[in-house]
Design a protein around this ligand. Structure first.
Ligand SMILES: O=C(O)CCC(=O)C(=O)O
Ligand SMILES: [Fe+2]
Length: 257
């Protein structure tokens, strides 16, 4: 997958634009989402694709160049799904929940992939690769494509580098998992910075449970003395709240009871 993504971003702009985002749609090749006029502009080229379930795929945004791209992405999304099912089992087991049941909701889950390319920048302090945010997924699986650090996580009010480890994936928690855990786990704020010497690529898979599953604190975690911290929403309500959020407010806070 890394090879295919590298070859895709190495193509001339005109060729990449064959899979460009269309107005009103997030999918396809383009620049990162601009959500506010005040935001620092992002030094980032990316392609965003829905990979699973199969009926969510819009193949008109799936590059056919490089030649093996689509085939590789098909099998990569299967691999990410299998990894997500296992990882969610372990995470929910750690919370004392029905691990098999929660893992199973990711078998027919929703998967989206975002491939980021951060070119070197002559003045890296003046731009940002990706603005600070927390993911809204259940979990996010991030694959680095080289040894150039760029991902940073906010820990105790400081930005800390997440150093790339060859052959390893970074597992991040998103708001869905934060809600299921009733706030025992937090979706951390993170961002990507750029450097002045080397391009960096990342392949990021956002994993969500099946859309028929409500998003709310796990019943087992609700007891006397431990009330639900978040509302329970249907999948559709969750995405509706996100798409209609007030940009100046924290999304996760808006879901608190
Ligand atoms: O490129 C990175 O390391 C961060 C990517 C990321 O956080 C995202 O795509 O949501
Ligand atoms: Fe992220």
């Amino acid at each position: 997958m890394r090879q295919q993504v590298q070859e895709f971003f190495d193509l001339p702009l005109q060729e990449k634009k064959r899979w460009a985002q269309k107005p009103g749609s997030l999918e396809g090749y383009g620049q990162a989402f601009v959500t506010s006029e005040e935001q620092k502009l992002e030094w980032n080229d990316m392609i965003f694709l829905k990979t699973l379930p199969l009926q969510d795929r819009s193949l008109n945004f799936w590059p056919e160049n490089p030649q093996e791209f689509r085939k590789t992405l098909e099998s990569y999304s299967e691999d990410m799904r299998n990894a997500a099912v296992s990882i969610v089992r372990f995470i929910t087991m750690g919370l004392g929940l029905e691990a098999q049941k929660f893992g199973d909701t990711y078998k027919e889950g929703m998967y989206q992939i975002r491939m980021n390319c951060y070119p070197p920048c002559p003045e890296p302090e003046r731009v940002i690769g990706l603005n600070p945010h927390a993911d809204i997924s259940g979990i996010t699986l991030l694959l680095e494509c080289g040894d150039m650090p760029g991902l940073q996580v906010l820990k105790d009010e400081h930005w800390v580098n997440v150093e790339p480890v060859n052959g390893a994936m970074v597992v991040n928690l998103g708001h869905v998992m934060e809600i299921i855990s009733n706030g025992n786990y937090k979706a951390p704020d993170h961002r990507a910075v750029v450097n002045n010497s080397k391009q960096r690529l990342s392949i990021v898979t956002f994993c969500y449970p099946n859309s028929s599953v409500d998003i709310g604190p796990a019943e087992k975690l609700i007891k006397p003395g431990s009330p639900p911290v978040y509302k329970t929403l249907t999948n559709a309500e969750y995405f509706h709240s996100f798409n209609n959020r007030k940009l100046e407010d924290s999304f996760i806070d808006s879901l608190k009871i």
